[in-house]
Design a protein around this ligand. Structure first.
Ligand code: UDP
Ligand code: MN
Length: 429
């Protein structure tokens, strides 16, 4: 369990829940890794407290290393057969450990995660999920982790509701892995900084190199999901982007380009990855194409789009601009000066006529504004036609997108002679 400036009560709750709710026969040791915290309660006070428990060891990083290298330090010090990584603001529930260990005992190449329940960040109340409310991990082409419903094919494969669930990726905070297998897989990429990307790296690697990643529905651990990260990251550096580039370069083959497109290929310095490439060769891992086809066939592949990039209005060089995060669904899409950086102005036209980025589709219900919604695959309000003339027509309402002078995106009666309704959108080669 690594931590950086964790609250006292929260850290104690995490540690005590492990001790109280694990069979002593199964719990060899608890290793806390302090990632250079400067809160006073995490110094001597913590050491004195933990010493009395007789099962906790504290490792101190000598400078801020981030969660990836801190976890590696913890893993190195560990002597048990199985490593269980946990965040420092969690609560293990009764019976959380046995189902995880049992699965690894049967097959040491299975990497397992519990179902992650919520702990409310304001009241610290444990909020157990309904047993049907279980999701699997995925990712988008910005290489952000996300959750999605258990696919139909997986529902069919499972024998019953307690069976493990195959998951294309893991959230990263909580999981168990056979220690030897973690080493065999090349642990984490120690070139990654602070936070992010390491969960996808391990997920891709497990599947592509012969292992299995599962969510174990009978194991439940609560986690405090914070609205924003409470601590300081590295100044002047986008660490998640750097980590994601390392991930893309090593594991994603030609598919890395779909990620790079998102920020117009402005690749910064992501450091030396030669050792990670050697690792992949040594492990004789399968291709990323194999992974997408067999492990995550639900993912929309940008290569299947007909048009891609910014959607530029001919009248004033303004572009369609909007967030694709689900938190911003149901809000009007923007119309802003084109900036040429991709990001919120990057859109794909799918063969089905969706205008989408990741799981968000432009949606128009015939009145009001164009909004984003979760892509539903049913065409309807999400079907558009980009005409040769440059018009973008909404099929159901037979109206066209128009950029107003006021910097708004409106829908109007289609008119090829109205330059405000004409759009430039690069064709995918
Ligand atoms: N952490 C750390 N050093 C860092 C950043 C994070 O030790 O530089 C720890 C943090 O205290 C937590 C774990 O890594 O125990 C995961 O971080 P966080 O909970 O912020 O990630 P989230 O759950 O929000 O994805
Ligand atoms: Mn966390």
């Amino acid at each position: 369990m690594c931590f950086h400036n964790e609250a006292w009560s929260v850290l104690l709750r995490s540690v005590h829940s492990v001790i109280d709710r694990s069979d002593p026969k199964l719990l060899k040791e608890i290793i806390l890794v302090d990632d250079f915290s400067d809160m006073s309660h995490l110094g001597e006070q913590l050491q004195n407290y933990m010493d009395k428990l007789n099962i906790v060891q504290i490792i101190r990083m000598k400078k801020r290393e981030g969660l990836i290298r801190s976890r590696l330090a913890g893993a190195k010090a560990a002597s048990g057969d199985v490593l269980t990584f946990l965040d420092s603001h969690i609560e293990c529930t009764e019976g959380w450990l046995e189902p995880l260990l049992d699965e690894i005992h049967q097959n040491s190449t299975v990497v397992v995660t519990p179902v992650i329940d919520g702990i409310q960040d304001t009241t610290l109340e444990y909020q157990g999920k309904n047993e049907n409310d279980v999701y699997v991990g995925g990712f988008d082409w910005n290489l952000q982790f996300n959750w999605h419903e258990i696919p139909e094919r997986e529902r069919k494969r499972r024998l019953d509701k307690v069976s493990p669930i195959y998951s294309p990726t893991m959230a990263g905070g909580l999981f168990s892995i056979c220690r030897k297998y973690f080493i065999e897989l090349g642990t984490y990429d120690a070139g990654m900084e602070i936070w992010g990307g390491e969960n996808l790296e391990l997920s891709f690697k497990v599947w592509m190199c012969g292992g299995t990643l599962e969510i174990i529905p009978c194991s439940r651990v609560g986690h405090i999901f914070r609205r924003r990260s409470p601590y300081i990251w590295k100044e002047g550096e986008n660490v998640v982007e750097k980590n994601s580039m390392r991930l893309a370069e090593v594991w994603m083959d030609e598919y890395k380009n779909f990620y790079y497109e998102r920020f117009n290929r402005q690749l910064g310095n992501y450091g030396d990855i030669s050792l990670r490439i050697k690792l992949r060769e040594r492990l004789k891992c399968k291709s990323f194409d194999w992974y997408l086809t067999n492990i995550f066939p639900e993912l929309f592949i940008p290569g299947q789009a007909t048009h891609t990039g910014e959607v530029r209005n001919k009248a004033n060089n303004y572009c369609i601009d909007g967030l694709s995060n689900y938190l911003y669904y149901d809000q009007p899409i923007g119309f802003l000066p084109c900036h040429g950086l991709g990001e919120n102005q990057y859109w794909l036209m799918s063969k089905k006529g969706e205008i989408r980025r990741d799981e968000a589709c432009l949606d128009y219900d015939g009145s009001g504004k164009v909004k984003t919604y979760l892509c539903h695959n049913l065409e309807g309000n999400q079907k558009w036609v980009y005409k040769e003339s440059g018009l973008i027509e909404h099929s159901v309402s037979q109206s066209c997108m128009e950029g107003s002078d006021a910097g708004e995106l409106v829908m109007n009666i289609c008119d090829v002679n109205n330059i405000r309704q004409l759009w430039l959108w690069p064709q995918r080669k």
